[in-house]
Design a protein around this ligand. Structure first.
Ligand code: PA5
Length: 426
């Protein structure tokens, strides 16, 4: 379903030594014996997702769509990027009559954003889904403080009917608050970390509320779970991980994820979080960056072609475009584009990919390509699972625990000290 290709020779990358290493990692993963293995719940999540559980999420989403015109989803990092990535990838670029809208908040701290959001939704019915596994993250907690008050001011005691909380089953300030106020709750499983949680209620409730088919999304991920679990040199998840590690060891310590599809820009953001937060530890890891072409060929393209030679490029190529335009023949050809007549804009991009990839390769940038057959729920579910699985292999090759994020505590502690949060004064 997904294919991975490389500008070099893949057989030279997966040497006997590398294969033995991948063999060990495969067993660590599937026998749940590697570092952080208590967070491997996502690995067989798609095959464990029951019809009734998916049905419950779907029904809640339908209820939200009946009671509201706008769902505000509050969360940060893994508690927002998965849903945002899927919704952006599948939504039309322009919607004049928005019947139902999903808007994100709490992914940053910004007074103007929150104030204008509250003004923007005035006159339309609103529901809230606040998502935080720990239930204590400052950014979403702050946004929720304002938005919960907004809901109470607007709906009085009925606000509780419109607020949905996704958090840990047993602990956290958000859980206590949800119980106290009687908000409907969804669980972030203990054994699934934020950036691996897109197929749990964290991602599925907002995605279903946005009107997308969560069953197809999970079915796609289920197919990936089955097809990518083989220990095989033809397994694209293993190939991608092996390539990344090989290139890293050759000194290519930055990976540029490139796409010609603006719709995939939040899949890129999700990917950056997944790989950056999973691998960047102990002074190791590939730094993940992203570009959208051809837009960025007119900016970062210069650096990629000619700048410091420590980066490789991974293209996400969409084989089939659902919606497209063919260039037509103009009678006067004043713009001198008639040579393109009959070519679709998607075909133009496929050619632009070839040309760009060859140019960057000749500039010393190794090239990886991942081909996605189609952009729909099923294929996206497959794709996201592919990236999560490959990320686990990648981090284990670096001897890194893919499932913790100790480094994100340092900035928080400083902010708390500066703001004199009780317990942090000294
Ligand atoms: O991937 C992760 O674990 C993190 O990015 C978290 O999702 C993020 O920090 C938000 O955490 P929480 O859901 O506890 O508010």
């Amino acid at each position: 379903m997904i294919s991975v290709t490389y500008s070099g020779n893949l057989n030279h990358v997966i040497t006997d030594e590398k294969w033995n290493e991948l063999h060990t990692i495969h067993h660590q993963l599937y026998q749940k014996q590697g570092a952080g293995s208590e967070f491997l719940g996502w690995l067989d999540w798609p095959s464990n997702a029951s019809e009734s559980w998916l049905g419950h999420i779907q029904q809640t989403a339908e209820r939200i769509r009946e009671q509201a015109d706008v769902l505000i989803v509050i969360g940060i990092g893994g508690s927002y990027l998965g849903a945002k990535a899927v919704i952006e990838a599948l939504s039309p670029y322009f919607q004049t009559e928005k019947e139902f809208e999903v808007i994100f908040a709490g992914q940053h701290v910004n007074g103007a954003y929150l104030k204008q959001l509250m003004q923007y939704v005035e006159g339309r019915d609103v529901a809230l889904n606040v998502i935080s596994k720990s239930g204590t993250t400052t950014e979403p907690a702050l946004a929720f403080r304002f938005l919960q008050q907004y809901m109470t001011d607007r709906y009085g005691s009925e606000a509780a009917e419109r607020i949905y909380v996704t958090t840990d089953a047993n602990k956290g300030a958000l859980l206590d608050l949800a119980k106290q106020k009687g908000y409907q709750r969804f669980v972030v499983p203990d054994d699934v970390g934020g950036r691996y949680s897109v197929l749990t209620a964290v991602g599925l409730l907002p995605i279903a509320a946005a009107g997308f088919d969560i069953k197809a999304l999970v079915q796609g991920a289920h197919a990936a779970e089955n097809e990518l679990s083989d220990l095989s040199k033809d397994n694209p998840a293993i190939q991608y991980a092996a390539l990344r590690h090989h290139l890293y060891e050759e000194g290519f310590t930055n990976e540029v994820l490139a796409t010609f599809e603006p719709a995939l820009s939040y899949v890129q953001e999700w990917w950056k979080q997944l790989y950056g937060e999973s691998e960047g530890k102990e002074q190791k890891g590939i730094f993940p960056v992203s570009v959208t072409y051809t837009t960025d060929l007119h900016s970062l393209g210069q650096y990629i072609q000619d700048g410091k030679r420590n980066l490789f490029e991974t293209f996400m190529i969409l084989d089939e475009a659902d919606d497209d335009l063919d260039v037509f023949e103009a009678t006067d050809d004043a713009d001198q584009l008639n040579y393109l007549a009959g070519t679709s804009l998607h075909d133009f991009n496929l050619v632009a990919y070839e040309g760009t990839s060859q140019a960057h390769l000749s500039g010393g940038v190794p090239q990886v390509a991942i081909r996605l057959p189609k952009l729909d729920e099923y294929h996206l579910g497959y794709f996201l699972y592919f990236f999560m699985l490959s990320c686990a292999y990648s981090a284990y090759q670096l001897d890194i625990n893919p499932f913790d994020q100790p480094g994100v505590e340092a900035y928080k502690t400083n902010i708390f000290k500066l703001l004199k949060k009780p317990g942090f004064e000294s």
